[in-house]
Design a protein around this ligand. Structure first.
Ligand code: FES
Ligand code: FES
Length: 364
C-alpha cells in the first residue's frame, strides 16, 4: 500500500522495484503497509549469515501445496546469491512428498544448473561460496519437506512488524509539514520538509547521540526507540512519527542514574570508539523489553544485528551475557553497593569525543 497526498494505491512488489536505489514511489509518496498473502502453503525458509553481517549470504525459501501426499504447486526462491532473487515455479509439482528424499540431489543440481547468472561477490563471501551454501540450504529444506513435518506458513509472531497510526493529521504550511514529536519526554514542534528523516530531525534538535552510520538501514548506529520499539531513524521520515514518542539513549537514564543496560555496557567496556554503542543498547532494550525478556546471550547475539565498525564484538557480547534478571528493566539499579553514579553529561561528552578518558576515569 502506498499513500501520497490525498490518494492511495496498491502496487505489486514485482512492480515496485525498478533497479538499484530506484522504486516506483513518487516524490510525495510513502509505503504505509506491506501485505503478504497467506495462501495455505507449507513452507521452509533457510538462511545463512556470516558474523555481524546485516544481510544473509544466502537465503532459500520453498513454498508448496500438497494434496494426498503429492505436491500440487511449488515455488523455490533463492536470494542474496545472484544480482536478483531467483524464483523457480512448479519444479516440484507432481512429486510425492516421500519421493523428494530420493531426488534431493537431482533437484538441487537441476535448479542450480538452470540459473544463468553470475553469483554476487561481497565482503562476506565470494560467489562460489555463496552458491555452495545455497545448495546446502536447499538440500536441507528439501530433506525437511521429505520428512513430512513441514508446517503451514505462519505470519511472524515474535518480531512482528511495527504498525504506526498517523496520530496527528498532516498539516501543510506551504511546502512544509507541521510535526510534533515527543523526544525523551519533551514535545518538539517544527515545520519540516516532507522527506526529512527522523535521524536528521533529532540531530537538528541537538540529539547528537543519535549517530549517522551507513544512512541506508544497514548498521543500526542511528537506532532509537519509537513507542518503545527499536527503529533505524535513518529509514523513517519524521512525519511518520508525528504524535509519537521517541527515546534516544539519553532518555534511558534517569538523571545521573544510568539505565541497567547502559551500566552493563559501561562496566564491560563494550565500546572502542563508541560510535555504534547507542544503537546496540537501544536494540538490546527493545529485545529484552518487547520480544524475549529471558533471552540468553546466544539469542541476543543472533538477534542484535548492528554493525560495530571497530569490530569490538567480543566486549559487546559481554554485557549481553549477564543473567536476564540483571537487566530488570522495571526496577532500575536497587542495590546501592552496585549503584554507579555518574555525571551523565560528562559521560556523554566522553562518548562523543572518544574513549580514552572513559577508560581511565570510569572503568578502572
Ligand atoms: S545510519 Fe541508520 S542504519 Fe546505519
Ligand atoms: S564502531 Fe563500534 S565501537 Fe567503534
Amino acid at each position: 500500500m502506498i499513500r501520497g497526498i490525498g490518494a492511495e494505491r496498491t502496487v505489486k512488489v514485482s512492480e515496485l522495484y525498478r533497479g538499484p536505489y530506484t522504486t516506483d514511489l513518487k516524490p510525495n509518496e510513502l509505503i504505509t503497509e506491506v501485505r503478504i498473502p497467506l495462501s495455505g502453503s507449507r513452507g521452509v525458509y533457510e538462511f545463512f549469515r556470516r558474523g555481524g553481517a546485516s544481510f544473509p549470504s544466502a537465503i532459500i525459501a520453498v513454498a508448496y501445496q500438497e494434496r494426498d501426499g503429492v505436491i500440487t504447486d511449488s515455488r523455490i526462491a533463492i536470494g542474496a546469491v545472484y544480482p536478483e532473487p531467483v524464483l523457480v515455479s512448479g519444479h516440484l509439482n507432481g512429486l510425492g512428498i516421500k519421493e523428494v528424499r530420493a531426488k534431493v540431489s537431482d533437484i538441487v543440481n537441476s535448479i542450480f544448473s538452470s540459473i544463468d547468472a553470475k553469483p554476487l561477490e561481497d565482503t562476506h563471501a565470494p560467489g562460489d561460496y555463496k552458491v555452495k551454501v545455497a545448495r546446502n540450504l536447499l538440500t536441507k529444506a528439501l530433506t525437511e519437506i521429505a520428512s513430512g513435518s513441514v508446517q503451514y506458513i505462519k505470519a511472524p509472531v515474535k518480531d512482528e512488524l511495527i504498525k504506526w497510526e498517523f496520530r496527528d493529521s498532516v498539516e501543510y504550511v506551504g511546502d512544509l509539514i507541521r510535526v510534533r514529536v515527543n523526544v525523551n519526554g519533551q514535545w518538539i514542534e517544527d515545520l519540516v520538509e516532507p522527506r526529512l528523516l527522523l535521524l536528521d530531525f533529532l540531530r537538528r534538535h541537538g540529539f547528537r547521540e543519535v549517530r549517522r552510520g551507513c544512512d541506508e538501514g544497514k548498521c543500526g548506529a542511528c537506532t532509537v526507540l519509537v513507542d518503545g520499539r527499536a527503529v533505524k531513524s535513518c529509514m523513517v521520515p519524521v512525519v511518520r512519527v508525528s504524535g509519537h514518542s521517541v527515546t534516544t539513549i539519553r532518555g534511558l537514564s534517569k538523571g545521573m542514574e544510568l539505565h541497567p543496560i547502559q551500566r552493563a555496557f559501561l562496566e564491560e567496556y563494550a565500546m572502542q570508539c563508541g560510535y555504534c554503542t547507542h544503537g546496540f543498547m537501544m536494540v538490546t532494550h527493545d529485545y529484552l523489553t518487547n520480544i524475549d525478556p529471558t533471552a540468553n546471550d546466544d539469542i541476543l547475539k543472533l538477534s542484535i544485528k548492528n554493525i560495530c565498525r571497530c569490530t569490538g564484538y567480543i566486549n559487546i557480547i559481554k554485557p549481553l551475557r549477564r543473567p536476564p534478571n540483571t537487566y530488570n528493566l522495571n526496577n532500575r539499579i536497587n542495590n546501592t553497593k552496585q549503584k554507579v553514579l555518574i555525571d551523565y553529561e560528562k559521560y556523554l561528552r566522553v562518548m562523543n569525543n572518544g574513549h580514552k578518558h572513559l577508560h581511565s576515569k570510569y572503568h578502572q
